[in-house]
Design a protein around this ligand. Sequence first.
Ligand code: HEC
Ligand code: HEC
Length: 358
Amino acid sequence: MSARKLLLLSTFTASLIACAETPTPPPAPMVGPVAPVAVAMPSYPHELGAMVIPADNPQTDAKVKLGHQLFFDSRLSKDGSRSCYSCHLNEDGNGGHDPIAVGAGGKVLTRHSPVIWNVGHLGAFYWDGRSDSLEAQATAAWAGGNMGVGKENLDAKAAEIAAVAGYAAQFNEVFPGEGVTPTTIVKALSAYERTLVCDNTAFDRFAKGDAAALDDAQRAGLELFMGKAACASCHAPPHFSIAYGGPGVYFNVGIGTQSASPESVDVGRMSVTKAESDWAAFKVPSLRNVSKSAPYFHDGSVADLKGAVRLMAAGGMPNKNLSPLMVDRGLTDAELDSIVAFLGALDCAKGLEQPTLP
Ligand code: HEC
Ligand code: HEC
């Protein structure tokens, strides 16, 4: 285990212990008229923190509007069959619908599409963290199997976009002297993605002091999540993942190690670092909007949220590299239900809006 991981673990374990001790039990019901008693609310981190914005791609409203259109425009794909939005759909919590994503030309990819809320706060992208900026990630998605264009054809595709009169005018305004190029297309897409912020969930309102924002089941679920179930050692608030900022944090929880033959196992983070200790380790995903984003895990192998929670709470799937943090927490079925109820308090308020395309 790397020193960084250890440091993070010890920090988060410490905060976990602190959190586990902090919650104040609700006051016992009293009979008769009593003066209202101020109850100290447990405090949970909820500020999302600063976003990573490259110096050469500052946010402007016009650029965001352009990127929004491009994100929804299937003319950006090889065969007009896919837009970025095709695999990051509102009805799937802005993750993917298919267990394994299917790209342009019907090409079956290797992993499930993740939820893209708050990606502007990530420092490492993809389930294995192989990409270090939104700009690099968008280039790869566009050139690679997702949109199917091919690196060698990006200039030609940019020329097709430039032939759409409305786009040409907008690009000239947003990128004076540059116009439509693969670089400006990717910059606009990334600027739009940085506006996909999911805050102000019921959890956030609760964390800011609105005690009524969570119902009793959700509150019980939150306490389990932070305490007995130890979910927060990896899915800590405010992002509900400790992988935000920096190079990401990766764990083997066993998904995908069981059924496949050894040589066909997706080695995850190990494909980036080549380290055996990263075998079948994947980035800790944020749990914001998770109640809407079935199916779950990097291979989309679990169809429902309770099934995913049960698997995690039971210690994952045994294999040669399972994280020592994955142990059976001995939760009852009712406790699993409370955690599922709490995860519903992480629903983002809205989805992506359909723009008008030029
Ligand atoms: C065919 C489906 C598909 C299309 C189309 C698609 N994506 Fe994705 N997206 C995925 C999959 C699958 C992954 C995860 C791949 C992996 O981890 O190896 C992903 C990952 C991402 C991530 C990383 C999120 C994270 O948490 O690390 C971002 C950001 C993203 N896509 C944005 C885009 C953009 C921008 C476009 C358009 C240029 C796009 N996607 C088009 C399926 C798709
Ligand atoms: C050791 C770190 C760790 C702990 C502890 C942990 N998780 Fe996870 N969790 C992960 C990783 C890593 C993944 C992604 C695994 C994959 O797809 O291969 C994940 C995935 C998930 C997913 C699927 C999300 C998605 O978008 O597909 C859910 C739901 C989830 N965890 C809930 C929980 C709950 C609830 C707990 C506590 C009972 C918990 N986790 C404890 C690391 C952890």
